[in-house]
Write a protein that binds this ligand. Structure first.
Ligand code: IMP
Length: 433
């Protein structure tokens, strides 16, 4: 069976892009299956930093085919900028990328809606990335006002825009009050038909392509965006993204049945972060959290927002490990915890006086839990230059063993810095390819 998945186990930003880039040379195809320009994958190769939003991280490996499937929502000007930026950095983008004609397109009205709806009537707002992701997925499910990439290349594209803009102007006026500037259908059509022409060479039927590839035994790597706790159905709803960002989304988003997926690599940080609103039981809104933020440069790739930081939550990660069908763990950013005198791991929650290791299904319960911590000694050694797991300080190994024990899966990859070279493999990673 040819498929391996890399899935984030927390609230996104687990450094999946780095891992995918590292593993890519073992695969023939890299697949993005959900999310859109809300994702930000940073990949550092030597002295070059690449920031990717839609384009799979496999683009940095010349032999690999990169596929963006129907589950992804595509923002044309953003993906075109990404292609331009990659090209200007010497990365070839051409026949090595295929975009699904079924993928839905983010339009300016989606971004307007996102801005207008990102205000909570009471309590915390979701704090979206304001990239129009939720409104685009909403129109996909609603169908009447949706446009897919393939539709942009059809003769009725103009009349579809006109029809939708009429309704969207009424909607946006209603949402914003009188101050809404009307969308101009003619101008949007002119702009977006220009994008469509530029994207045309990349557009095709990715479902057929991937099914052929799976049947031919081609090695495929599925690259998750965001993290499992942001999954629309299984995450901390409503403080989630609008797609299935856990392992359960792979088949739905890509069109590749689960029977072709052999291995799931779950990626987590050695601590936790979250951007935007929503409960975060192990958050350290204090000098320790600030120290982690500074050392880990925990600011959003897409929005630049400071990320909320906290201790590793084994209750949450055990839940998402099971949900995403994870076989083994990659623990990233171990270097960030160096120099802390001691480190904490949340091993259970106290919910209304009851100890539990079950992750609550409702955010109101998750808000009330009190994390139960185990304290471990820190390692107080710069680990960024270490290249073998056996050479890691004893306390760091102890920490990793405890994470593995609590989550219930082996740690097979450990990362100690952003560069490709700062990654150690336990030697057991039985990845296809
Ligand atoms: P949206 O995906 O823009 O609708 O945002 C919904 C929630 O998901 C917000 O809390 C965002 O901060 C979060 N989110 C979306 N994409 C990412 C990501 O790539 N990393 C981390 N958080 C994300």
């Amino acid at each position: 069976m040819p498929g391996t998945c890399v899935i984030g186990l927390q609230w996104g930003d687990e450094a999946k892009g780095k891992l995918v880039d590292l593993l890519t040379s073992r695969f023939e195809i890299v697949v993005r299956y959900q999310g859109g320009a809300n994702a930000g994958h940073t990949v550092v190769v030597g002295d070059k930093t690449y920031k990717l939003h839609h384009v799979p991280s496999g683009i940095l490996t010349p032999t690999v085919m990169n596929v963006v499937t129907p589950g992804v929502v595509i923002n044309p000007p953003t993906i075109l900028k990404e292609i331009e930026s990659l090209t200007s950095q010497g990365v070839a983008v051409g026949k090595n990328m295929l975009l699904s004609d079924r993928a839905h397109v983010v339009f300016p009205w989606h971004i307007e809606e996102d801005k207008l709806l990102n205000v909570a009537p009471a309590g915390e707002s979701i704090g979206t990335t304001l990239r129009g992701i939720g409104p685009c997925y909403r129109d996909k499910v609603g169908r009447a006002h949706a446009i897919r990439l393939g539709d942009m290349l059809r003769p009725d594209f103009k009349s579809r825009i006109e029809h939708i803009v009429l309704a969207k102007n009424r909607l946006l006026t209603g949402l914003s009050g009188a101050d809404h500037v009307a969308l101009d259908a003619g101008a949007i059509f002119a702009e977006y038909s220009g994008y469509a022409e530029k994207l045309r060479p990349f557009v095709g039927d990715t479902t057929a392509y991937l099914l052929d590839a799976a049947e031919a035994g081609k090695r495929m790597l599925f690259e998750g965006a965001q993290g499992s706790l942001l999954d629309i159905d299984h995450g901390t709803f409503p403080y989630v993204t609008s797609s299935n960002s856990s392992g359960v989304g792979v088949s739905g988003g890509s069109g590749v049945p689960g029977k072709w997926i052999q291995k799931v690599l779950g990626v987590c940080k050695a601590y936790s972060t979250r951007v935007g609103g929503g409960p975060f039981p192990t958050e350290q809104d204090n000098p320790t959290g600030e120290k982690i933020r500074q050392i880990g440069r925990e600011y959003g790739t897409t929005t630049g927002r400071p990320r909320r930081c906290g201790w590793f939550d084994a209750v949450a990660v055990r839940y998402t490990t099971r949900l995403s069908g994870v076989d083994c763990l990659a623990v990233m950013m171990m270097d960030v915890l160096s120099h802390l005198p001691e480190v904490q791991i949340c091993t259970a929650y106290d919910l209304d006086g009851q100890r539990t290791t079950r992750f609550p299904s409702h955010v109101d319960d998750l808000r009330r839990v009190q994390p139960i911590y185990e304290t471990l000694p820190g390692w107080n050694i710069d680990v960024t230059g270490i290249r073998e797991l056996a050479a890691m300080p004893e306390n760091a190994r102890r920490y990793l063993n405890r994470v593995s024990e609590l989550v219930g899966k082996p740690v097979e990859v450990v990362s100690v810095g952003p560069d490709r070279a700062q990654t150690m493999f336990a030697g057991k990673v039985g990845l296809v390819g």
